[in-house]
Ligand binder design. Structure first.
Ligand code: MLT
Length: 266
């Protein structure tokens, strides 16, 4: 589906299934295609709204500069357009950073949180510098060049060649301007650690056992800071748990939706 939001941003998004609304926020430098295994199998359990964030997949890039708040604005406007008052947010890595921006902006719109392979902390100076280099590579050499450098480190060493090729083609199809804008936005994001103690909705922190960004021990620290949180480590998965180990990821998501439904009945 395609929509032009009231503030002029155009988004392509998937809207699949029925029941509890769940917004799926994808990782960098991918698109809603990250969620194919959720969209194709969980529709009888929940309604999944999976936008291509601006500048990714079928959603055109917008001019720089850009912050994660801009992506959060798009998500809120999409929920308004679809008449959805409250939703579970499931954010993987960059998607988690956007979930934090939404928590800051509109906590009343969030009924549950799945924070996958993400971190609450801001970037170090070293990471910011690396993002500036990566933005230049994307703009000067193209999205495929950047994807080829990044993706081998994202998935677990045992990931199949077919999955690696699929991820490469998703990332290579994104416009370099969208990739550069997201790198700029991620580098500028604030520390969300103080927000963790304020989270009052059912939450699940998911991390691949072989993820390095963040490693499980760091994800566990984030989980420990959230009141109603479950912690799920997915074996044999790297950073992209939703697509590397969909069966285990889906179990965690369904369990969270059940907790959200139970909480709404009390
Ligand atoms: C992602 O998967 O979204 C990225 O690894 C996030 C990041 O670069 O911090």
């Amino acid at each position: 589906m395609h929509v032009t939001l009231p503030h002029g941003v155009q988004l392509r998004y998937d809207d699949a299934g029925s029941g509890q609304p769940v917004v799926l926020l994808h990782a960098f430098p991918l698109s809603a295609a990250l969620w194919r295994a959720q969209l194709s199998t969980l529709g009888d359990r929940m309604r999944m709204i999976a936008p291509d964030l601006r500048g990714f997949g079928g959603s055109p890039a917008t001019p720089l500069p850009q912050s994660l708040d801009d992506y959060a604005t798009d998500v809120l406007a999409l929920l308004d357009t679809l008449n959805i008052e409250r939703a579970v947010l499931a954010g993987l890595s960059m998607g988690g950073y956007i979930a934090f921006a939404l928590l800051r902006r509109a906590p009343e719109r969030i009924s549950g949180l799945l924070l996958a392979d993400t971190r609450a902390t801001a970037d170090s100076e070293e990471t910011r510098a690396a993002r500036a280099v990566n933005a230049r590579i994307a703009l000067e050499e193209g999205s495929a060049a950047l994807a080829g450098r990044m993706l081998p480190n994202l998935v677990a060493p045992g990931a199949s060649e077919a999955l690696r090729a699929e991820l490469l083609s998703i990332a290579a199809a994104n416009p370099p301007e969208g990739i550069a804008a997201a790198l700029h936005a991620m580098a500028a994001r604030p520390d969300s650690t103080p927000l963790l103690a304020e989270i009052r909705v059912p939450t699940t922190v998911v991390v691949g056992a072989e993820d390095t960004l963040p490693p499980p021990a760091e994800a566990q620290v984030m989980h420990n800071a959230i009141a109603d949180s479950r912690f799920v480590v997915i074996p044999h998965s790297g950073h992209l748990s939703a697509i590397e180990r969909p069966a285990e990821f889906n179990l965690a998501l369904v369990e969270l939706v059940m907790r959200v439904e139970a909480a709404s009945r009390t």
